[in-house]
Structure formats: C-alpha cells, structure tokens
Ligand binder design. Structure first.
Ligand SMILES: [Zn+2]
Length: 466
C-alpha cells in the first residue's frame, strides 16, 4: 500500500542480539521502491476499472421494482410470479450471483440460508428470513480458511415498520449497499485469491438486524476465520445540496463488543481504546483508499455507528469479528424510512432519483480494493508479543510466522499514542523478532505480514509478555 508512513531512521535489532543501523537514505529508497512496485497491484487496479455505475443503477432500479422489500412482505408463489415483495427480491439476487458465477466458469458457490425468526418487537408473527450470498473460495487450501466479507441489507421499509404491502423503494437504504455486494462479486469473481471472499446480502435489518445476527452467530459457531467485514448501508450519495460526494464515512468500534472484563482491564492499563480489530480494519481502508484511485476518500469516524443508531456490522462485532460500516457523508432523512409523497413541497421517499450512481460505484471500488488487498495478503502474524520482563527503554517484539506460509517478510508500524493513523514503518525481513530503539511507553506498535509482491496483512498490536 502506498502510504503516508514516514521512513524510520532508528536502529533496529532484527535478529537476536543483532543491531542493524539503517541510514535515512537507505530507508527512504527501500520504502519508496516498495511503494512503487508492490503496493499498487495492477490486477486490483484493472478489476476496479470494471466497476460500472450503469450496472449499479440497473441493479438498484431492479431492487426498487419489487415495490416493497419489507422483511414482513410477501414470499408466496403468487407474489414471486408477480415480482412483488421480499421473496421476489431474494430470488433475483440469487439469480444475479448465479449469472456472475456462470461468467467465471462456476467460480462462485451461491447459497441461500433461511431461518424462521420468532415474533419480536418488530416481527408480529414468525417470519422466514433469508440471507443470500456468494462464496469465492480461496485457491490456497490453508489460506482459503481465511474469509473477508462484504455485506448490505436487501430489505427495506417505509414510514411504518409494519407496513408490508405499501411501497418501500429502499434505493439508498439499502439498495445501494446490496448493489455494492453484487458489483464487488461481479468484478472480483474474474480474479483468483488465496483467501476466500464472501459477498452477502442480508434481510431483517430494519426489523432488528436479524439476518446479520444469524450469519455472524453461524460464523462464530462454525469457528470461521472471518478477518474483515465491510458493511455498506446508505452509500447512495444522496443528491442533497450539502452532500460531499468525495467522502464516505467509515465507522468502527473502539472497544470490542466481545471484550471480556480481562480484556477491558488490559485495554484500560495500556491505552488500547483505539486499537480494536475493527479500528485496524478502518485504518487499512484509508491506506487502500490512498493506494488505488477509487474516486472517494474514506473518512474515519471513531465510533461504532452514527449517534445512537445501529447497523449490521455490530452483529459481527458482537461475535468478536472486525467489522466496519460505510455510509454516505450526509444522510437526507426525507429520503429514508419514508412513504413516497410530496408534503409542503418536500419530496419524501427513498427513490432512485436521489441516488448518485457514480458515487455508489466509487464506494464499490473502495470495497473491492479492500477485499482484494486482504484476500491477496498473507494472514496476519500470530502471537504478537511485546516483551516486558525487564524494564528498559528499547522495545522488543516477537511473533509467530504468519500462518499459511505466504509471508515473505514483516513490518513493524508505530504511531504516537495520540495519532489516529500509523505514522512509521520499519521493514524487518523474515525474522520474527525485533528490538527497536524506541520506548514502548511513548508509542503504539503493530506488526504486519507482507507477501513477495507487497500485499500487506492487517496489522496486529502486541500484547505484553512478562
Ligand atoms: Zn439501512
């Protein structure tokens, strides 16, 4: 990844007891070279070119054509035949994934996963809810166990959560996010990745995040190695006057929802409030955004979601997975969760006329670039420890080799405790231990794995080893 990381000029001890001095110039050359030849993968750049605003528009308009996609709306054969209701939308999404699969020689495994949700606050009677997804299985047996996932919710609602027949176009919320999952599947299915990519469309979001909860629990129960979840919800770039079409917000939790009392105690002691897995994923997204020309800039928001509001990524956070939410810069509340109408000259309703399809395409490019970068990268290093047995001003970090055998080398990152993003990078080579002439008291460290070409894993912040 091309990054703004500064070259380090410090001494590093790469192997046990060996201290290596790197001049500023050497550092600069190697980092610049790496940035040029390795960080921007031409395969990824070419795939991003294939993302089509016209296709995204057609997909969003198709989703809107089902009239309502309320989770409580019709799924019976007559409604399927009439093309109205969530059942018809579900079948169309599945067929669309199957088309993409046909175009790549059956490379996608297309699945539906239905379950019955018992009555709850916003579910008046037992309701069948179906997630639809496509799996692009990794090409490397070991690395195929690692999964990166993109999701959007295909259900919609209007002013009344319980209205199951009235129009609920849901073009932006969340036809846009569903279109991102679909378009990512279409362009990435032409490539091969060592790790697995899942393209998901969930239902039940508006009734209580039911589809995403079901999927995340299943992933946890099955012990899936879900490394990253990208949730796109309201990425339509509403055409309101105050919209900023150059920016997409990326929300990430600070304290993991799955943190135990022991974790929280450690986080409190070490100042780790800003270093959850989700936050590392958010930082990774900004680096990818700088590396590839996607047309939109990620704006990190260090908060789980919009103020007092929620979304599907939190279902994954609850199960301990790194997950973030993408949302347009400025929402227009006349255009979501509203019956389509004109009142006092104001147009209400979530219809395609307010969606900026070029913007959705930019967000899809950013998502696809992140998915591809992670799926091509080695697994993050394991068991990353900062040695603290002796009081000293140097910092020694050890780790286990990246599982799966794809790492060629490692890099140590660090930043001031007050900095939002990684500021410095030090190449370590293939060693799994390094001592830096830097005090652990003053900075936050992380280690990442790099493959031969230059794809970077998510960074891992060390835990203390006494
Ligand atoms: Zn939504």
């Amino acid at each position: 990844m091309k990054s703004l990381l500064l070259e380090s000029t410090i001494f590093v001890s790469i192997a046990l007891g060996m201290v290596v001095s790197c001049s500023a110039q050497e550092q600069k050359n190697s980092a610049a070279e790496a940035a040029d030849k390795a960080f921007r993968d031409p395969k990824i750049a070419a795939a991003l070119q294939q993302v089509s605003a016209a296709r995204i528009q057609a997909n969003i308009e198709k989703l809107v054509s089902f009239g309502t996609r309320s989770t409580l709306s019709a799924q019976d054969p007559a409604s399927l035949a009439a093309g109205r209701g969530i059942g018809a939308a579900r079948d169309w999404i599945k067929a669309e994934f199957e088309h993409y699969s046909k175009d790549c020689g059956g490379c996608l495994e297309v699945k539906t996963d239905s379950f019955t949700e018992a009555p709850a606050d916003r579910i008046p009677k037992a309701t069948k809810i179906t997630n639809v997804y496509a799996v692009l299985k990794g090409t490397d047996a070991e690395n195929a166990k690692r999964i990166v996932l993109v999701t959007g919710h295909y259900d919609s609602r209007n002013s009344d959560t319980f209205d199951i027949t009235g129009d609920a176009p849901g073009a932006n919320d969340d036809g846009s996010g569903t279109a991102v999952s679909l378009e990512s599947a279409r362009v990435l299915s032409r490539l091969k990745f060592p790790a697995t990519v899942v393209f998901l469309a969930v239902a039940g979001e508006e009734q209580g995040l039911n589809g995403s909860q079901h999927f995340a629990k299943m992933a946890k129960e099955q012990g899936r190695q879900l490394e990253a979840v990208l949730n796109n919800d309201i990425v339509g770039g509403d055409k309101g006057a105050e919209q900023d079409h150059t920016v997409v917000r990326v929300f990430s939790e600070g304290l993991s929802a799955a943190a135990t009392e022991r974790d929280i105690s450690r986080i409190r002691g070490l100042g780790g409030e800003n270093d959850s897995g989700s936050r590392q994923l958010a930082r990774y997204i900004t680096e990818v955004g700088r590396t590839y020309d996607v047309g939109v800039k990620p704006m990190l928001v260090f908060r789980l979601d919009r103020y007092l509001r929620g979304g599907d990524h939190s279902s994954f956070n609850q199960q301990g997975f790194a997950a973030v939410r993408f949302t347009e810069f400025r929402e227009d509340f006349h255009h979501q969760h509203q019956n389509v109408r004109i009142e006092n000259g104001i147009e209400f309703g979530d219809t395609p006329k307010f969606v900026d399809f070029d913007y959705v395409a930019h967000v899809a490019r950013l998502n696809a670039a992140v998915l591809a970068s992670l799926a091509l990268a080695p697994a993050p290093p394991a068991e990353v420890h900062l040695l603290t047995k002796d009081l000293e001003n140097d910092s020694t970090i050890t780790w286990n080799a990246s599982p799966g055998g794809r790492a060629a080398e490692y890099e140590i990152l660090w930043r001031a405790t007050t900095s939002p993003e990684w500021e410095h990078v030090q190449k370590i080579g293939s060693a799994t231990r390094a001592t830096l002439k830097l005090s652990k008291d003053n900075v936050i460290f992380a280690v990442r794995a790099v493959d031969r070409e230059g794809h970077r894993s998510l960074p891992v912040v060390p835990v203390p080893e006494r």
